[in-house]
Design a protein around this ligand. Structure first.
Ligand SMILES: Cc1cc2nc3c(=O)[nH]c(=O)nc-3n(C[C@H](O)[C@H](O)[C@H](O)COP(=O)(O)O)c2cc1C
Length: 178
């Protein structure tokens, strides 16, 4: 087993001392590899999409998922109490991630739905009705109850260390590992 005490007590460990370490904090968080998703919904000011990597599954029964949205994001206030979709991106959909992260340059293809709009051909999607919202400091944790979902085969778009990368689809299904 690795000796984690050396991490906690070495000169490279960092305690929170304020804004000066925010950059280092983000860099440390960025070592956690994630997928990339677009949260989409219709609000009073129109259609919104925002790129997130803060998506997590929360509960199977009832089926709940969570996204963490910055209070400074234009979509933040309008998402409160509204249905939304979470669109998990495939490896070939990096342009969509950039488009919805403040670098518009596409005409995204939408699929209209009775609950919330979603993007065409994501790797997976979850359409949600609002379940709860929790204070998350400078973010709000929006939890949605999944009312529709699906997925397709394909490689996943991933984000690690501030860079986009690809996670190849496993050649083995989970049933082969049991
Ligand atoms: C890979 C990636 C992941 C991101 N994850 C989040 C996230 O989880 N929550 C969030 O609020 N913003 C996240 N952002 C930043 C928003 O996508 C970005 O600030 C967006 O432009 C905010 O929308 P606005 O420009 O309409 O305010 C992420 C950006 C990228 C590129």
């Amino acid at each position: 087993m690795p000796d984690t005490s050396s991490i906690e007590h070495s000169g490279t460990s960092h305690k929170w001392t304020g804004g000066a370490q925010a950059h280092h904090f983000r860099g440390s968080l960025g070592r956690f590899a994630t997928g990339v998703a677009i949260v989409a919904f219709d609000g009073p000011s129109g259609r919104h999409g925002i790129t997130v990597n803060s998506f997590i599954s929360v509960s199977l029964e009832p089926p709940l998922v969570l996204v963490s949205i910055a209070r400074t994001a234009r979509a933040h206030n309008e998402l409160a109490g509204r249905p939304f979709s979470v669109n998990i991106l495939g490896a070939e959909q990096k342009a969509l991630a950039l488009h919805f992260a403040g670098r518009p340059g596409l005409q995204p293809e939408w699929v209209e739905g009775p609950t919330a709009p979603r993007l065409a051909r994501p790797l997976a999607y979850f359409v949600c009705t609002p379940w709860a919202a929790y204070d998350g400091g400078d973010h709000t944790l929006y939890v949605g109850e999944v009312v529709d979902f699906n997925h397709r085969p394909g490689d996943a778009l991933a984000f690690q260390g501030g860079r986009f990368t690809t996670i190849p689809e496993s050649e083995l299904g989970v049933e082969d590992l049991l």
